[in-house]
Design a protein around this ligand. Structure first.
Ligand SMILES: O=C(O)C1=CC=C[C@H](O)[C@H]1O
Ligand SMILES: CC(=O)C(=O)O
Length: 270
């Protein structure tokens, strides 16, 4: 009836990602982050801290995306819980707060969740539309239940969904990997934390970002200072990359002030 006793497990790796079926690419200007049901009640079933899961979700906050949480209310009546009671019993009674390392910031939105999907009886779809966000990065628990229901619902709302394989968790590793395959086969890009954080930092991305700052084109190995890239613009690049989770210093970039050198410095700062 209730959620079983669970064990923490090593989260899936990049090598275990399912084959992609959709061509969507993450765009930090289009995306929002969803931290799904990371309440102490649901994490308690693992019997110990799921450190890898919590740490990986915390890292995604570096992207500084509009961030939404879902949280189920405690002590719901049978009427409020509907059929959830038939499957899961009385449900959450206490410890409904979000685990401390992921506590919402004042700028975050916490949605009260009533059923498996985060869209059910919430204004998540309206809020995403109002924020001009048509991509959703989904993290949290549990992969084969609320994560899957929410991702399928996002798909139906026309939202490109990215499920982070090592920032979600399930009743067990086998179920987790099976959920990833189902998500990839039906409604989402299934990726990893590092792949997402590295999005936008390929050589082509760095080339485009740097050339946009120059009056004239420059080759990948051309000295950018000689090509007119001034220190103010370099500091602007550093700030933008820092906000997106990549800390490089002015000295790192000055060591090899070329497009290829900037990309190498970003790779080293991963
Ligand atoms: O008890 C519940 O309400 C639940 C148990 C397990 C996962 C479900 O999403 C949640 O609604
Ligand atoms: C944890 C939970 O409520 C869900 O998987 O939907």
């Amino acid at each position: 009836m209730s959620i079983p006793t669970l064990d923490i497990y090593p989260l899936p790796t990049e090598a275990e990602l399912p084959k992609p079926r959709v061509p969507w690419t993450f765009d930090p200007n289009r995306a929002a982050l969803l931290i799904h049901d990371m309440q102490r009640y649901f994490l308690d079933f693992y019997g110990e801290e799921f450190g890898e899961l919590v740490d990986n979700i915390a890292q995604l906050r570096k992207l500084d995306l509009p961030t939404f949480y879902t949280a189920q209310p405690p002590k719901q009546s049978p009427d409020e819980r509907g059929l959830l009671s038939d499957r899961w019993g009385p449900g959450i009674q206490d410890r409904e707060d979000i685990v401390a390392p992921l506590a919402p910031a004042s700028s975050d939105v916490v949605l009260t969740k009533h059923r498996y999907s985060a869209f059910h009886r919430t204004d998540l779809a309206e809020r995403l539309a109002a924020a001009g966000r048509d991509q959703l990065i989904i993290t949290g628990v549990y992969a084969h239940i609320g994560i899957t229901a929410t991702a399928l619902d996002a798909f139906s709302h026309g939202i490109e969904t990215f499920v982070i394989a090592d920032a979600i968790a399930d009743f067990g590793r086998g179920r987790h990997v099976a959920a990833l395959e189902h998500l990839s086969a039906t409604c989402a890009v299934v990726t990893t934390l590092n792949r997402l954080l590295d999005s936008g930092f390929g050589l082509a991305d760095v080339r485009a970002q740097v050339l946009a700052l120059l009056d004239e084109p420059a080759d990948d190995d051309e000295n950018l200072i000689d090509a007119g890239l001034d220190s103010i613009r370099v500091m602007g690049l550093i700030e933008d990359w820092k906000e997106r989770g990549h800390n490089v210093t002015f000295a790192d970039l000055a060591a090899d002030p070329t497009i290829r050198g900037f990309h190498a410095a970003l790779e080293a700062a991963r």
